[in-house]
Ligand binder design. Structure first.
Ligand SMILES: Cc1ncc(C[n+]2csc(CCOP(=O)(O)OP(=O)(O)O)c2C)c(N)n1
Ligand SMILES: [Mg+2]
Length: 297
Protein backbone atom coordinates (compact mmCIF):
# COMPACT_ATOMS: atom_id res chain seq x y z
CA UNK A 1 0.00 0.00 0.00
CA UNK A 2 1.09 3.56 -0.70
CA UNK A 3 2.56 4.71 2.67
CA UNK A 4 0.65 8.00 2.45
CA UNK A 5 -2.61 6.16 1.96
CA UNK A 6 -1.79 3.88 4.86
CA UNK A 7 -1.08 6.87 7.13
CA UNK A 8 -4.35 8.51 6.07
CA UNK A 9 -6.25 5.29 6.71
CA UNK A 10 -4.75 4.88 10.17
CA UNK A 11 -5.36 8.51 11.11
CA UNK A 12 -8.92 8.75 9.80
CA UNK A 13 -12.02 9.11 12.00
CA UNK A 14 -14.53 7.57 9.59
CA UNK A 15 -14.20 4.43 7.49
CA UNK A 16 -16.62 3.97 4.65
CA UNK A 17 -16.08 0.41 3.42
CA UNK A 18 -17.96 -0.36 0.22
CA UNK A 19 -18.26 -3.89 -1.14
CA UNK A 20 -15.09 -5.05 0.57
CA UNK A 21 -14.80 -7.82 3.14
CA UNK A 22 -12.05 -6.13 5.21
CA UNK A 23 -9.84 -9.16 4.84
CA UNK A 24 -6.16 -9.86 5.43
CA UNK A 25 -4.93 -8.12 2.29
CA UNK A 26 -6.81 -4.82 2.60
CA UNK A 27 -6.11 -4.47 6.31
CA UNK A 28 -2.39 -5.27 6.15
CA UNK A 29 -2.98 -8.57 8.00
CA UNK A 30 -5.34 -6.84 10.46
CA UNK A 31 -2.82 -4.19 11.46
CA UNK A 32 -4.07 -0.99 9.77
CA UNK A 33 -7.48 -1.18 11.41
CA UNK A 34 -7.94 -2.06 15.08
CA UNK A 35 -9.79 -5.31 15.87
CA UNK A 36 -12.50 -5.93 16.79
CA UNK A 37 -13.52 -2.32 17.34
CA UNK A 38 -11.78 0.11 14.96
CA UNK A 39 -10.61 3.53 16.13
CA UNK A 40 -12.87 4.97 13.46
CA UNK A 41 -16.60 5.07 13.08
CA UNK A 42 -17.11 2.15 10.71
CA UNK A 43 -19.75 2.13 8.00
CA UNK A 44 -19.57 -1.29 6.35
CA UNK A 45 -21.63 -1.91 3.22
CA UNK A 46 -21.40 -5.43 1.80
CA UNK A 47 -23.85 -7.65 -0.12
CA UNK A 48 -23.25 -10.62 2.17
CA UNK A 49 -24.40 -10.39 5.81
CA UNK A 50 -21.70 -12.92 6.81
CA UNK A 51 -18.97 -10.51 5.78
CA UNK A 52 -20.20 -7.78 8.10
CA UNK A 53 -19.05 -8.06 11.70
CA UNK A 54 -16.92 -11.13 10.96
CA UNK A 55 -13.77 -9.47 12.25
CA UNK A 56 -14.56 -5.79 12.67
CA UNK A 57 -17.57 -4.46 14.50
CA UNK A 58 -19.33 -1.93 12.32
CA UNK A 59 -21.08 1.09 13.83
CA UNK A 60 -23.36 1.21 10.82
CA UNK A 61 -23.69 -2.17 9.04
CA UNK A 62 -25.50 -2.00 5.70
CA UNK A 63 -26.34 -5.06 3.62
CA UNK A 64 -25.97 -3.79 0.06
CA UNK A 65 -23.94 -4.36 -3.06
CA UNK A 66 -21.58 -1.56 -4.04
CA UNK A 67 -23.63 -0.37 -7.00
CA UNK A 68 -26.93 0.56 -5.27
CA UNK A 69 -24.99 1.84 -2.29
CA UNK A 70 -22.90 4.26 -4.35
CA UNK A 71 -26.01 5.31 -6.29
CA UNK A 72 -27.64 6.23 -2.99
CA UNK A 73 -24.46 8.01 -1.86
CA UNK A 74 -24.41 10.08 -5.04
CA UNK A 75 -27.84 11.44 -4.16
CA UNK A 76 -26.61 12.79 -0.81
CA UNK A 77 -25.71 16.44 -0.55
CA UNK A 78 -22.12 17.06 0.46
CA UNK A 79 -21.51 19.57 3.25
CA UNK A 80 -20.75 23.11 1.96
CA UNK A 81 -17.36 23.19 3.67
CA UNK A 82 -15.15 20.18 3.25
CA UNK A 83 -12.27 20.18 5.70
CA UNK A 84 -10.65 17.22 3.97
CA UNK A 85 -10.22 18.89 0.58
CA UNK A 86 -6.48 19.35 0.98
CA UNK A 87 -5.92 15.84 2.22
CA UNK A 88 -7.95 14.50 -0.70
CA UNK A 89 -5.88 16.45 -3.24
CA UNK A 90 -2.71 15.28 -1.56
CA UNK A 91 -3.76 11.65 -1.61
CA UNK A 92 -4.93 11.90 -5.21
CA UNK A 93 -1.55 13.27 -6.27
CA UNK A 94 0.20 10.52 -4.36
CA UNK A 95 -2.01 7.90 -6.02
CA UNK A 96 -1.25 9.32 -9.46
CA UNK A 97 2.47 9.19 -8.71
CA UNK A 98 2.11 5.54 -7.70
CA UNK A 99 0.79 4.72 -11.19
CA UNK A 100 4.05 5.70 -12.82
CA UNK A 101 5.78 2.36 -13.36
CA UNK A 102 8.86 1.71 -11.27
CA UNK A 103 11.50 0.18 -13.51
CA UNK A 104 12.28 -3.49 -12.90
CA UNK A 105 15.16 -5.49 -14.38
CA UNK A 106 15.29 -7.68 -17.48
CA UNK A 107 14.66 -7.32 -21.18
CA UNK A 108 10.89 -7.74 -20.81
CA UNK A 109 9.47 -5.36 -18.24
CA UNK A 110 6.18 -6.45 -16.82
CA UNK A 111 5.30 -2.92 -15.67
CA UNK A 112 5.71 -1.59 -19.23
CA UNK A 113 3.71 -4.47 -20.68
CA UNK A 114 0.76 -3.82 -18.36
CA UNK A 115 0.89 -0.02 -18.67
CA UNK A 116 1.04 -0.12 -22.48
CA UNK A 117 -1.76 -2.66 -22.62
CA UNK A 118 -3.85 -0.47 -20.35
CA UNK A 119 -3.41 2.44 -22.78
CA UNK A 120 -4.08 0.28 -25.83
CA UNK A 121 -7.30 -1.45 -24.80
CA UNK A 122 -10.79 0.03 -25.19
CA UNK A 123 -12.69 0.87 -22.00
CA UNK A 124 -14.87 -2.23 -22.14
CA UNK A 125 -11.98 -4.75 -22.05
CA UNK A 126 -12.19 -7.54 -19.47
CA UNK A 127 -9.11 -8.62 -17.52
CA UNK A 128 -8.79 -11.90 -15.64
CA UNK A 129 -6.01 -13.29 -13.48
CA UNK A 130 -5.10 -16.08 -11.06
CA UNK A 131 -2.67 -15.75 -8.17
CA UNK A 132 1.01 -14.96 -8.19
CA UNK A 133 3.36 -12.01 -8.00
CA UNK A 134 2.72 -11.22 -11.68
CA UNK A 135 -0.83 -10.25 -10.66
CA UNK A 136 0.45 -7.42 -8.47
CA UNK A 137 1.80 -5.73 -11.63
CA UNK A 138 -1.66 -6.03 -13.19
CA UNK A 139 -3.41 -4.66 -10.10
CA UNK A 140 -1.01 -1.75 -9.79
CA UNK A 141 -0.62 -0.62 -13.39
CA UNK A 142 -3.80 -1.60 -15.20
CA UNK A 143 -6.37 1.17 -15.14
CA UNK A 144 -9.89 -0.20 -14.93
CA UNK A 145 -12.21 2.11 -16.82
CA UNK A 146 -15.63 0.60 -16.34
CA UNK A 147 -17.43 -1.90 -14.15
CA UNK A 148 -17.53 -4.85 -14.29
CA UNK A 149 -14.27 -5.48 -16.10
CA UNK A 150 -12.18 -7.77 -13.92
CA UNK A 151 -12.55 -11.42 -12.97
CA UNK A 152 -10.16 -12.48 -10.23
CA UNK A 153 -10.27 -14.81 -7.23
CA UNK A 154 -10.60 -13.14 -3.82
CA UNK A 155 -9.53 -16.52 -2.42
CA UNK A 156 -6.24 -16.20 -4.30
CA UNK A 157 -6.55 -19.43 -6.26
CA UNK A 158 -4.00 -20.02 -8.98
CA UNK A 159 -5.11 -21.02 -12.47
CA UNK A 160 -8.31 -18.97 -12.42
CA UNK A 161 -7.45 -16.59 -15.26
CA UNK A 162 -7.88 -18.83 -18.32
CA UNK A 163 -11.18 -20.52 -17.37
CA UNK A 164 -12.54 -17.13 -16.27
CA UNK A 165 -11.57 -15.62 -19.62
CA UNK A 166 -13.40 -18.40 -21.46
CA UNK A 167 -16.57 -17.70 -19.45
CA UNK A 168 -16.21 -13.93 -19.97
CA UNK A 169 -15.80 -14.28 -23.74
CA UNK A 170 -18.85 -16.53 -24.06
CA UNK A 171 -20.91 -14.02 -22.06
CA UNK A 172 -19.48 -10.91 -23.78
CA UNK A 173 -18.31 -11.92 -27.28
CA UNK A 174 -17.86 -8.29 -28.38
CA UNK A 175 -15.50 -7.26 -25.59
CA UNK A 176 -11.74 -7.97 -25.66
CA UNK A 177 -10.87 -10.50 -22.96
CA UNK A 178 -7.33 -10.80 -21.63
CA UNK A 179 -6.23 -13.51 -19.21
CA UNK A 180 -3.06 -13.11 -17.18
CA UNK A 181 -1.32 -16.20 -15.84
CA UNK A 182 2.01 -16.98 -14.22
CA UNK A 183 3.93 -19.98 -15.51
CA UNK A 184 2.81 -21.82 -12.37
CA UNK A 185 -0.75 -20.62 -12.86
CA UNK A 186 -0.95 -21.69 -16.48
CA UNK A 187 0.23 -25.20 -15.67
CA UNK A 188 -2.74 -25.63 -13.33
CA UNK A 189 -5.51 -25.04 -15.88
CA UNK A 190 -3.70 -24.61 -19.21
CA UNK A 191 -5.55 -27.57 -20.70
CA UNK A 192 -8.60 -25.30 -20.92
CA UNK A 193 -6.98 -23.99 -24.10
CA UNK A 194 -8.75 -26.98 -25.64
CA UNK A 195 -12.12 -25.45 -24.66
CA UNK A 196 -11.13 -22.04 -25.99
CA UNK A 197 -10.13 -23.61 -29.32
CA UNK A 198 -13.21 -25.85 -29.43
CA UNK A 199 -15.52 -22.85 -29.11
CA UNK A 200 -13.37 -20.59 -31.30
CA UNK A 201 -12.98 -17.97 -28.57
CA UNK A 202 -10.60 -15.13 -29.45
CA UNK A 203 -9.17 -14.57 -25.97
CA UNK A 204 -5.62 -13.46 -25.25
CA UNK A 205 -3.59 -15.27 -22.61
CA UNK A 206 -0.50 -13.50 -21.33
CA UNK A 207 1.88 -15.86 -19.56
CA UNK A 208 4.35 -14.21 -17.20
CA UNK A 209 7.13 -16.80 -17.28
CA UNK A 210 9.79 -16.37 -14.61
CA UNK A 211 10.58 -20.08 -14.21
CA UNK A 212 9.25 -20.35 -10.66
CA UNK A 213 6.47 -20.08 -8.14
CA UNK A 214 7.60 -16.49 -7.63
CA UNK A 215 5.34 -15.62 -4.71
CA UNK A 216 6.47 -18.60 -2.67
CA UNK A 217 10.11 -18.02 -3.60
CA UNK A 218 9.73 -14.45 -2.35
CA UNK A 219 8.52 -15.69 1.05
CA UNK A 220 11.33 -18.25 1.20
CA UNK A 221 13.95 -15.60 0.51
CA UNK A 222 12.38 -13.26 3.06
CA UNK A 223 12.32 -15.77 5.92
CA UNK A 224 15.10 -18.19 5.03
CA UNK A 225 17.39 -16.31 2.63
CA UNK A 226 19.00 -18.61 0.07
CA UNK A 227 17.03 -21.71 1.11
CA UNK A 228 15.07 -22.45 -2.03
CA UNK A 229 12.75 -25.45 -1.80
CA UNK A 230 10.34 -26.73 -4.42
CA UNK A 231 9.71 -23.41 -6.11
CA UNK A 232 11.75 -23.83 -9.29
CA UNK A 233 9.68 -24.83 -12.30
CA UNK A 234 10.73 -26.84 -15.33
CA UNK A 235 8.33 -25.48 -17.91
CA UNK A 236 7.19 -26.70 -21.29
CA UNK A 237 7.73 -24.53 -24.35
CA UNK A 238 4.58 -22.45 -23.85
CA UNK A 239 4.36 -21.36 -27.48
CA UNK A 240 4.54 -24.97 -28.69
CA UNK A 241 2.07 -25.91 -25.93
CA UNK A 242 -0.46 -23.35 -27.25
CA UNK A 243 0.07 -24.45 -30.84
CA UNK A 244 -0.46 -28.10 -29.91
CA UNK A 245 -4.07 -27.17 -29.01
CA UNK A 246 -4.55 -25.31 -32.26
CA UNK A 247 -4.17 -21.89 -30.63
CA UNK A 248 -1.74 -19.24 -31.83
CA UNK A 249 1.41 -18.75 -29.73
CA UNK A 250 4.04 -16.01 -29.62
CA UNK A 251 7.03 -15.47 -27.43
CA UNK A 252 8.14 -11.99 -26.33
CA UNK A 253 11.81 -11.59 -25.36
CA UNK A 254 12.06 -7.79 -25.32
CA UNK A 255 9.56 -5.18 -24.11
CA UNK A 256 9.37 -3.48 -27.52
CA UNK A 257 8.08 -6.70 -29.10
CA UNK A 258 5.07 -6.84 -26.81
CA UNK A 259 2.78 -4.20 -28.30
CA UNK A 260 3.08 -5.44 -31.93
CA UNK A 261 2.39 -9.00 -30.72
CA UNK A 262 -0.54 -7.78 -28.65
CA UNK A 263 -2.02 -5.84 -31.58
CA UNK A 264 -1.80 -8.95 -33.75
CA UNK A 265 -3.51 -10.92 -31.00
CA UNK A 266 -6.37 -8.40 -30.83
CA UNK A 267 -7.03 -9.05 -34.52
CA UNK A 268 -6.95 -12.85 -34.23
CA UNK A 269 -10.02 -15.00 -34.77
CA UNK A 270 -9.11 -17.60 -32.12
CA UNK A 271 -7.20 -17.86 -28.85
CA UNK A 272 -3.68 -16.43 -28.68
CA UNK A 273 -1.08 -17.11 -26.02
CA UNK A 274 1.72 -14.58 -25.54
CA UNK A 275 4.62 -15.77 -23.43
CA UNK A 276 6.66 -13.08 -21.67
CA UNK A 277 10.20 -14.15 -20.82
CA UNK A 278 10.77 -12.37 -17.51
CA UNK A 279 13.92 -11.89 -15.47
CA UNK A 280 13.52 -13.95 -12.26
CA UNK A 281 15.21 -11.03 -10.45
CA UNK A 282 12.14 -8.86 -11.19
CA UNK A 283 10.15 -10.73 -8.57
CA UNK A 284 7.97 -7.89 -7.29
CA UNK A 285 6.82 -4.39 -8.16
CA UNK A 286 9.24 -2.72 -5.76
CA UNK A 287 12.03 -5.16 -4.87
CA UNK A 288 14.35 -7.52 -6.71
CA UNK A 289 14.94 -11.10 -5.62
CA UNK A 290 18.46 -10.21 -4.42
CA UNK A 291 17.17 -7.28 -2.41
CA UNK A 292 14.60 -9.49 -0.69
CA UNK A 293 17.28 -12.07 0.04
CA UNK A 294 19.38 -9.30 1.53
CA UNK A 295 22.35 -9.49 -0.84
CA UNK A 296 24.65 -6.50 -0.67
CA UNK A 297 24.79 -4.70 -4.04
C1 LIG B 1 -4.39 -23.50 -6.33
C2 LIG B 1 -3.31 -22.83 -5.57
N1 LIG B 1 -2.23 -23.52 -5.16
C3 LIG B 1 -1.25 -22.91 -4.47
C4 LIG B 1 -1.33 -21.57 -4.16
C5 LIG B 1 -0.22 -20.88 -3.36
N2 LIG B 1 0.49 -19.96 -4.27
C6 LIG B 1 0.20 -18.64 -4.32
S1 LIG B 1 1.07 -17.84 -5.47
C7 LIG B 1 1.92 -19.24 -5.91
C8 LIG B 1 2.95 -19.22 -7.00
C9 LIG B 1 2.45 -18.58 -8.25
O1 LIG B 1 3.38 -18.86 -9.30
P1 LIG B 1 3.21 -18.25 -10.74
O2 LIG B 1 1.86 -18.50 -11.26
O3 LIG B 1 4.34 -18.73 -11.57
O4 LIG B 1 3.32 -16.67 -10.48
P2 LIG B 1 4.60 -15.82 -9.96
O5 LIG B 1 4.39 -15.66 -8.48
O6 LIG B 1 5.82 -16.55 -10.31
O7 LIG B 1 4.46 -14.51 -10.67
C10 LIG B 1 1.49 -20.34 -5.14
C11 LIG B 1 2.03 -21.71 -5.24
C12 LIG B 1 -2.49 -20.88 -4.59
N3 LIG B 1 -2.64 -19.57 -4.33
N4 LIG B 1 -3.45 -21.51 -5.29
MG1 LIG C 1 6.10 -17.76 -12.01
Amino acid sequence: MDPKLMAALRGSDLLLVIGEGLSEITTGAYTHVKTPRPNQYLVHAHPSPEAIGRVFRADLPIISAAEPFTRALARMKPPPKRRWNRLRKDLRASYERSLKPLATTGTVRMEEVVASMSRELPDNAIITNGAGNYASFVHRYFQYKQWPSQLAPTSGSMGYGLPAAIAAKIEFPDRPVIAFAGDGCLLMTGQELATAVQYGLPIIIIVANNGMYGTIRMHQERRYPGRVVGTTLVNPDFVAFARSFGAHGERVDVTEAFLPAFRRALEASGPVLIELRLDPEAISVKQTLSQIRGDKD
